[in-house]
Design a protein around this ligand. Structure first.
Ligand SMILES: [Fe+2]
Ligand SMILES: [Fe+2]
Length: 494
């Protein structure tokens, strides 16, 4: 996985600075946040003379003083969930995400909005800074003032903390006012994956899970889906093999919300659907890891246990008091997600009933995501087209045919961003599905070709455009692997 967002593009209107360039500042800021994260953690474990701790302090000092030399001051501020280094917003990378999250969470807990350093720093100053921060109790608004006072008592006047401003506190409304919607979509995606992971871990350890946070993130995701579903849908192509359970939950939620949107669901209903989808496999936390990750076929006892996960999920959800009033649709949706239309799935019912709408939506999203993701027992996943073809075959028995049709329209046989070969020997990238369900294999594409000078030219082409003698002008022959052709697909969407 690469960088979440390019860290190089300077926004228009950014004031000119005499010190470091915005790009340099952004780069050094990212590395500083990572180093700070490690040092803060280490400072909670070791005492001041520990060799490891001192090594990390020196690394930090080096980076911090580099900034100081060029910029004369170093301020790290938190604003609407972002971190700014001397007014430059730092864009985090996938690898840096944990560090960003750590710093933001720690400061928020301690009601600190940022810290300013002026003048060259030495080891003693940095040590006092860390211990003063560590000693602050959670949730006190006077923490920033107390911190600065403590520093002054150690004769350190060049380090100050600013309090967290309530108004600047992150909320889903304000995130969406940001210019970079794509970056927001990515952040919501990764943060949701992290949050669902936390929720599952907390439930396993019998702690109170932070379900409210999950709900807030789903609300933001709903707004994103309503504005432009393609942003979040594009992210479902990140198939993370190691974190399958968490990525899977988020992907299923995105697909489900996109289907719900096409069905005209209200914001409230979409949020309910998103949460239900996010929690659909919660019951699997009661299934041992060896069974979940078994590369071979499950034996009868294991399979029987696996089939209990919808019911166990219901049990877990009913115990999540923080979810507020538990919506019956959530409970039933989780219970129904493996029933299948002809009830040939599981659990077995004593009395026949039709699977609920939530259950039927989630089932489609669930099967598709599972088929298109590599798993321990199937290293090479199905392509989007293969998965949809298999699902279409089962449409009478397993899926709601109308919902399946909507879903196929949504992801298309050639999902947005596929590299394809045309019968004209041209190479193209799909960028928009055909709105006519009969013409799913005829999306709009960007044809890429090089002119005589070797420069890349692109032209937009609609594959439903007729050619002579009733046939089409161009058709897709097959999909190609973008890595083999050294084509950076993302470039064509920014
Ligand atoms: Fe499931
Ligand atoms: Fe699932």
């Amino acid at each position: 996985m690469g960088t979440v967002a390019s860290s190089t593009d300077a926004k228009e209107g950014t004031p000119l600075r005499l010190g470091m360039s915005n790009t340099d500042l952004s780069e050094i800021g990212n590395s500083l946040v990572k180093k700070l994260h490690v040092m803060m953690r280490v400072s909670q474990i070791y005492d001041a003379n520990n060799v490891t701790f001192r090594r990390f302090m020196h690394e930090n000092l080096e980076t911090m003083n580099t900034v100081m030399e060029k910029e004369e001051k170093l301020s790290l501020k938190m604003l609407k969930g972002d971190i700014f280094l001397n007014d430059q917003r730092l864009r985090y990378s996938v690898e840096g995400f944990t560090s960003f999250k750590y710093l933001i969470t720690q400061w928020k807990k301690k009601r600190i909005g940022g810290v300013t350093f002026k003048g060259v720093l030495d080891e003693r100053m940095l040590r006092e800074f860390l211990y003063a921060m560590n000693s602050l109790p959670d949730g006190r608004n006077e923490n920033a003032a107390n911190f600065s006072e403590r520093m002054a008592s150690h004769k350190i006047h060049s380090i100050e903390a600013v309090p967290l401003d309530e108004i600047e506190d992150e909320d889903s409304e304000s995130i969406l006012q940001k210019d970079d919607q794509k970056a927001v979509a990515k952040r919501v995606f990764f943060e949701t994956v992290g949050t669902i992971k936390d929720v599952i871990t907390q439930i396993k350890q019998k702690q109170y899970p932070d379900v409210r946070k999950l709900k807030r993130l789903v609300q933001t995701a709903v707004r994103l889906v309503m504005q432009d579903e393609s942003m979040l849908l594009g992210l479902t192509t990140i198939k993370n093999y190691d974190e399958y359970t968490f990525n899977h939950s988020v992907n299923v939620a995105i697909y489900s919300m996109a289907i719900g949107r096409r069905l005209g669901f209200s914001k409230k209903a979409l949020t309910e659907l998103g949460i239900t989808a996010m929690l659909h496999d919660l019951g699997k936390l009661k299934v041992p890891r060896e069974v979940l990750n078994k590369p071979d076929k499950l034996d009868k006892a294991e399979w029987d246990l696996m089939k209990k996960h919808p019911l166990m999920g219901v049990e877990v959800v009913l115990n999540l008091k923080q979810l507020g009033e538990i919506n019956p649709r959530t409970v039933i949706g989780i219970f129904d997600h493996h029933l299948k239309t002809d009830l040939s799935g599981y659990p077995k019912l004593f009395r026949k009933k039709e699977p609920s709408l939530f259950g039927r939506i989630i089932q489609i999203a669930d099967v598709y995501d599972a088929m298109t993701t590599p798993r321990v027992y199937r290293k090479k996943p199905y392509s989007s087209g293969e998965a949809l073809a298999i699902m279409l075959n089962d449409r009478e028995t397993a899926f709601d045919p109308v919902l399946l049709k909507i879903f196929i329209g949504l992801v298309g046989i050639f999902p947005v961003g596929s590299l394809v070969l045309l019968d004209t020997k041209e190479i193209a990238i799909t960028y928009k599905a055909n709105s006519d369900p009969e013409l799913l294999d005829r999306p709009q594409v960007i044809v890429i070709h090089r002119d005589g000078t070797g420069e890349v030219k692109k032209s937009f082409v609609d594959l439903s455009e007729p050619g002579g003698s009733g046939a089409y002008k161009r058709s897709i022959v097959k999909t190609l692997d973008p890595n083999k052709y050294h084509i950076n697909i993302v470039k064509y969407f920014i």
